[in-house]
Design a protein around this ligand. Sequence first.
Ligand SMILES: [Zn+2]
Length: 499
Amino acid sequence: MPEWMRFGNTATVQICIRWVDDSEPPERRPAAYGWSMGQLTVHVASVNVTATRLGTEQQPYVGWYLAPFLDWLATNWVALLHEERFPWPNPGTAPAAIACNRALDDWIAADDPQGQEQYADAQDWYFRHGVRSAAAGGTFPDLFIRRVADDIELSWSGAPMEFTREGLAFESSAGHARVPVREVAETILRTLEWAVNHPPESPAQYRDKIAALQAKVDALRNVEYLELVRTYVPPAVLKRAIVAFDNIGQTSPLKGNQAAEPYINELPPAVAMFGSVSPDLSTHDVTYLCEQIVAGQDGGDSPELADLVANRHSATLGVPYRDGHRFAGELLEDMALLDSDFIDVHAMCSRLEIDLQETELETNTIRGVAIAGDGFSPRIVVNRNHYFNQNESGKRFTIAHELCHVLFDRTRARRVAHASSGRWAAQGIEQRANAFAAYLLMPRALVLMHLRDANRIEKFDVQHLASALQVNESALLRHLRNLGLIDDVDRDRLRDRSA
Ligand SMILES: [Zn+2]
């Protein structure tokens, strides 16, 4: 048997590959890829996602024609490493292996045109990100690859394949991990380059096929930077941003410190920002956001803000609302704010030297914006045109929400440029920022301090508490329930105006 070729490392991502002899005579092999019988193991976060079991027999690798899989990696290179958005409504916070399979299940039976379109979109997404879509009759793990901010998310369901050998199961149960972009990109690229530069001895009829795959892999080194950005940022928004930055006399914000690599390792802040906005954001709004990014350049965090950020270890997303509550509780302690009557977010921002701005954007999809980190003077923008920001309590909630992004949602490059915009921003960090905002404005100790009797909360208490903490009643009721101070029945009763 030939030696295994190993790329990457098992703790993050590793691909092992080797060619093996094909027992089928050439005339009975598939014409397109019959040259490529091989074996493959893939490790993600120390889990071998290719290991299978049949009865008592275990096998650490999958074996089949590998050309369709390799060709799929090369064809979908840009999408695999740069496409983050799910195309279906209510994308939720689950990793792709759950979210995509669920979307396919939900829409497959739809017989209305809109539902069928949703299904087609989900299926196209699956073809770009689901390894099994390239199985070509072999047994492959249900593994998904997609971009998430400055990471690649690898997720797998562990589900057996349909139409495979009876009883054949994958050893790993469902799981997911986030790995730095460069590690995944280099592992895939080196695997592809090895495969096309060292193909197995094969009959002459396959030479063209091998050459075609080689050309495709070679072309990856020349992929255009803008094509990578266009996959992360909606094309119409990107066009407007290019024009806006040109008008300001700046071309670098979209480009960042891009090295000569065929992938974007760290999203430049402008790219990250425009990756989370509505695909039809207007010229006015795009220009405004470009100006905000440029205006803060050359600044940096104040010493206290830098200190608070340095002490955070929030890279991984746990249960969003628990994390949000915990982060807010810790911050209030760190800033020694728990003995105030209410939490003054304006004072917090001025103490941390975060510039606060209000503006009226044309869109009502963006609630607020957060920009901070290396090379930026930190700022928070509140959009008066968002329904949430119609009164002072709502604005306070938005400022608290953006504070969470400033403090906890920094990229690997310790920066954040984020537009909070409903369905387009990543749902997990949005839920976390909302939970953070609720707890920051309504910390448990402060809620209890203002209550007469925590065991019997009446309509009067809710009104009193809302005005003491300067929050909206609806947000307060939701939060009281999350704190376990009222249950769903209480919440309905207290919400009912006639009660
Ligand atoms: Zn947000």
